[in-house]
Ligand binder design. Structure first.
Ligand code: ADP
Ligand code: MG
Length: 384
């Protein structure tokens, strides 16, 4: 099946990024002064997941380094941190220090001391540094916000070096929660990435399929189907590439000689199941019990479930598990979290004089949910 499976992995940055010519040009123009040693404006990039933000940023930084080499000028240093993985101020700073060649311990220093070493590292590098904070919305809390603020001010502490920041986020509401000073400093330039439509996704998939699959193993309908399914998931290229890769793996496991649309459908289910299992696993016990109540109502044929119905069943489940129940208010909050995770849709409706109520619908297949919940031994006995 595969001639090079790695080419479908999300961290592979291809040599060409179809349908992102405009974004590449804009970001390239913004960063171009770096070649002359002039500090580029800070840039804030937003867009939904899988719209190519990380790929475009890494691509442009690579081109910048190449251009500097060609012109025999000093290349800007680039430091990349994904704040979802390094999600504390300490870890972000430790990673930045390390990329500047400054050794710091994994723990034990104060944030101020780390920041001081980072500034010293920058000064010693005597030049321009481009600091990319990817998934910067993951950097929350007092320390996180404080670090963002200090980073936007760092140039005032530097004399022989300069810093430009690129902040990237999937969370379109993130800027509203930012300190206005940070917001205006980071957003000197803004770049919005729109979701791909299914034709654009097809082009992206074809390019990667040529690199990843043996010629001729994909049936004609495979790429269009992956593109259509991913376009429904808000035009997520990562999702489209995952579908194609997993479809290939399913076909391989079955010993098939071609990848078919059936394999794509099975891949879709497999990915969905893994995602649900992962979300459920990371949920607190009472969130799982709430989901179990939703599942049981669904099984009874109740499509539109009110919070009241869910809560009353939730309470019964707590009793049979000999647990103290949470308040209806807390359960309502947990339902909102399930909504954010995409497992359910919760919608507030008016019921005339009886006031407002929330209607909850399950967004995923019942059997997939059951498999996810069943992983918790405490719950598996409650689910028929
Ligand atoms: P984001 O950072 O916006 O969540 P990524 O940049 O990580 O998205 O893109 C997700 C995946 O899709 C990566 O594997 C990336 O290489 C690929 N991808 C995104 N846009 C393109 C494109 N225009 N051409 C080729 N591959 C792309
Ligand atoms: Mg990204």
């Amino acid at each position: 099946m595969f001639k090079d499976r790695e080419k479908l992995r999300p961290d592979y940055v291809p040599e060409e990024l179809p349908h992102r010519e405009f974004e590449i040009k804009r970001l390239g123009e913004t960063l171009a002064p770096a070649i002359k040693g002039v500090r580029p404006s800070n840039v804030f990039i937003y867009g939904l997941p899988g719209t190519g933000k990380t790929a475009v940023t890494k691509f442009v930084l690579k081109v910048l380094a190449r251009t500097a080499a060609k012109l025999a000028v000093k290349a800007p240093r680039s430091c990349y941190v994904n704040c979802k993985y390094d999600n504390t101020a300490y870890r972000v700073l430790a990673s930045l220090c390390e990329q500047l060649g400054v050794k710091v311990p994994f723990t034990g220093l104060s944030i101020s001391e780390l920041f001081r070493r980072f500034v010293t590292g920058l000064e010693e590098s005597r030049g321009l540094a481009i600091v990319v904070l990817d998934e910067v919305d993951a950097l929350r809390g007092e320390h996180g916000c404080d670090l963002l603020y200090r980073l936007t001010r760092v140039n005032s502490e530097l004399s022989s070096s300069k810093v430009s920041l690129i902040g990237i986020t999937n969370d379109l509401k993130f800027t509203e929660s930012l300190d206005p000073r940070v917001k205006s400093a980071l957003g000197e330039e803004e770049l919005v990435f729109k979701p791909y439509d299914s034709e654009e996704l097809e082009d992206i998939l074809r390019q990667r399929a040529r690199l990843a699959f043996v010629d001729g193993v994909l049936e004609d309908g495979v790429i269009p189907l992956c593109a259509t399914l991913a376009a429904r998931e808000h035009g997520d290229a990562r999702r489209a590439l995952d579908l194609l890769r997993v479809a290939g793996e399913v076909a391989e496991r079955e010993g098939a000689c071609k990848v078919t649309e059936g394999h794509v459908r099975r891949a879709q289910r497999e990915i969905e199941r893994d995602r649900v299992v992962e979300v459920v696993r990371s949920m607190p016990l009472h969130g799982k019990i709430t989901l179990a109540a939703i599942y049981l109502l669904e099984k009874k044929g109740v499509r539109e479930k009110t919070t009241g119905e869910i809560y009353s069943l939730y309470r019964d489940l707590c009793r049979s598990l000999r647990l103290d129940e949470l308040t209806q208010r807390r359960i309502s909050d947990l339902i909102n979290e399930l909504d954010s995770a995409g497992l359910v849709t919760a919608r507030v409706v008016s019921r005339g004089r009886r006031g407002l109520t929330k209607i909850v619908k399950l967004n995923i297949d019942g059997s997939i949910l059951k498999a996810g919940l069943g992983e918790d031994g405490r719950l598996s006995d409650l689910l028929p």
